[in-house]
Design a binder for this molecule. Structure first.
Ligand code: SF4
Length: 292
């Protein structure tokens, strides 16, 4: 005959689950039914969840024990226009741990940069020359997010200043804007050696700083340039071609993924697809397409 769980343990489990409810992360446990608390804590240590946690999040176990009713700093969601229609990728079953607990009140780009410091949090620090934080209008309506700095960016400390950067500048100007009107940044802030793609641990270590930058700037539209940026913000492993040009969202803000300018340098015919994507962005921002 199955043993009954002692009443005191049942109460502990119930208290802990209601604490998770308050944090907005109980969805992580919904398939676990009444699994033991020990298993639930293990779930928090899975790589998928660790990806969205930040160095500042305490571990207990993993989570702090509730001392009375926990108080959360959750920023109110930003209202988004109803049109055009925003789709969602079926990848996240609720707010990520990062979304639930990690928005920082009164944050500024200066604070984010100061917190980053002369960062050595991931192995990319050992080969970089300069941290490439981001550049542009701190109150931009439009933020471009790329993958990571290349050689020119690493040398100058500015994003998108090489050949691909020149093409991005042309794209921005074709939209009737200038670089100083928008904000440009990357998922990782140090150049990966040989321009390889940033690795998962590098992305998960550096991306919380990107999330803070986006929160502070509060743009109307985010354009992800390439698969790494799109996958990082959308928490998906789907190929970019499956959702390129569709309106999606990141924390209540409109997000559209398109090809990286470096890809366009290798595949010029794809420029017409990107131009169609940018025209959608222009429509949302109220920018007129020049007839010519
Ligand atoms: Fe730090 Fe980001 Fe550079 Fe890694 S890539 S060392 S996390 S700034």
């Amino acid at each position: 005959m199955a043993e009954r769980i002692p009443e005191i343990l049942q109460k502990k489990l119930s208290d802990r689950l209601s604490f998770y409810d308050d944090l907005g992360i109980r969805l992580f446990y919904r398939d676990r039914g009444s699994a033991a608390l020990h298993d639930s804590d293990k779930a928090l240590e899975s790589p998928a969840i660790a990806h969205f946690s930040t160095p500042g999040l305490p571990k207990e176990g993993i989570l702090p024990k509730p001392a009375g009713k926990p108080v959360l700093r959750v920023t109110a969601p930003v209202a988004t226009p109803v049109s055009p229609k925003v789709a969602s990728l079926p990848v996240a079953a609720g707010p990520s741990l990062f979304e639930a607990v990690d928005k920082i009140a009164n944050d500024t780009l200066l604070k984010v940069r100061e917190n980053l410091g002369e960062c050595t949090r991931c192995k990319l620090h050992s080969t970089r020359h300069t941290i490439v934080f981001g550049d542009g209008n701190p109150k931009a309506q439009l933020v471009f997010v790329g993958e990571g700095p290349g050689a020119d960016e690493d040398a100058q400390g500015l994003p998108f200043v090489g050949r691909a950067g020149k093409l991005l500048t042309q794209m921005i100007e074709a939209m009737g804007l200038q670089r100083k009107d928008v904000y440009i940044c990357n998922v990782v802030k140090c150049r990966p050696p040989e321009n390889r793609q940033p690795e998962e641990d590098e992305v998960s270590t550096c991306s919380p700083f990107l999330f803070r930058q986006i929160d502070v700037i509060a743009p109307k539209v985010i354009v992800c340039l390439g698969a790494v940026a799109a996958k990082t913000l959308l928490q998906t492993n789907r190929g970019i071609s499956q959702f390129r040009g569709e309106w999606l969202e990141f924390r209540g803000r409109k997000l559209l993924a398109t090809y990286h300018p470096a890809y366009l340098l290798r595949n010029p015919p794809a420029k017409s697809e990107v131009w169609k994507d940018l025209q959608k962005v222009m429509a949302v921002l109220g920018l007129k397409v020049k007839k010519s």
